[in-house]
Design a binder for this molecule. Structure first.
Ligand code: GLP
Length: 244
């Protein structure tokens, strides 16, 4: 779905998420959302906050699981995805603190596999994702599932791709300061979501979007796996769609 600009597109996505939450609230069922960080979803979160403040949308029964976090990473660091999510969304809506989950960047190295299994179990106990909101990296990654990730990949510690580190360098004040690793939700759990929406804005995303949508399904472009998902929409602005 190609929109004139990311503002209109983000509002449409927020309204879809808002309608889903309202429906579940009415049916007295929880809503399980998968969320992403980065610049792409920011305006969606702004609109969700507006829906909460001005139109009474309640997040009391919403459970969220974020895609990823750098490793190692302290939750109050400027680059932390925990801090990002609190600032961009959680601190401004009525979601209970116990309902949102973000991979823990402070774990001891040998505790990571157990944490990852537990993260997936929590998602399974809630019945899996009703909706997953994704961004895309310039190398076609989703979350930190870098090129080479298989479709059945589980939540795990990932070594970051060079292009990912180059794109993150500005946030860390230099390439050598970017963490070498990150914890990411696996492709498997993302593919099990009932509905997936991937956001991409800007010309710098045009190539990975075109390869993901029109190229072969390949581990080299993990977002291309979404071609095999029955209910995925890529939400693009004109420039991100320019190579389609
Ligand atoms: C990061 C994150 C991804 C995100 C991607 C795109 O690498 N790990 O989850 O989707 O970058 O970021 P942006 O939206 O800032 O372009």
């Amino acid at each position: 779905h190609i929109f004139d600009d990311s503002e209109k597109a983000s509002k449409a996505v927020a309204h879809e998420i808002g309608a889903l939450i309202r429906q579940h609230n009415q049916d007295k069922k929880p809503t399980v959302l998968g969320l992403a960080t980065g610049s792409s979803p920011k305006k969606v979160y702004q609109e969700l906050i507006r829906l909460h403040k001005e139109e009474g949308l309640s997040f009391k029964n919403v459970h969220t699981f974020n895609l990823d976090e750098y490793y190692p990473m302290e939750p109050d660091s400027v680059q932390s995805y925990t801090r990002f999510m609190k600032e961009q969304l959680f601190d401004h809506v009525d979601i209970p603190v116990t309902n949102y989950h973000i991979p823990n960047g402070t774990l001891a190295y040998d505790k990571i596999p157990e944490f990852c299994r537990d993260y997936e179990e929590k998602i399974e106990k809630l019945g899996g994702f009703d909706f997953y909101l994704l961004g895309i990296g310039r190398n076609g990654h989703i979350g930190f599932n870098e090129p080479g990730s298989i479709i059945t990949s589980k939540t795990r510690l990932m070594t970051l791709d060079i292009l990912t580190k180059i794109d993150a360098a500005i946030d860390f004040g230099g390439l050598e300061k970017v963490p070498k690793k990150a914890i990411t939700l696996g492709i498997d759990k993302i593919m099990n979501a009932k509905r997936i929406v991937l956001l991409a804005w800007g010309e710098h995303k045009a190539e990975s979007v075109a390869r993901a949508v029109e190229g072969p399904v390949t581990s080299e472009i993990p977002a291309s796996y979404l071609q095999q998902h029955p209910n995925t929409t890529f939400i693009l602005d004109e420039t991100a769609a320019s190579l389609l």
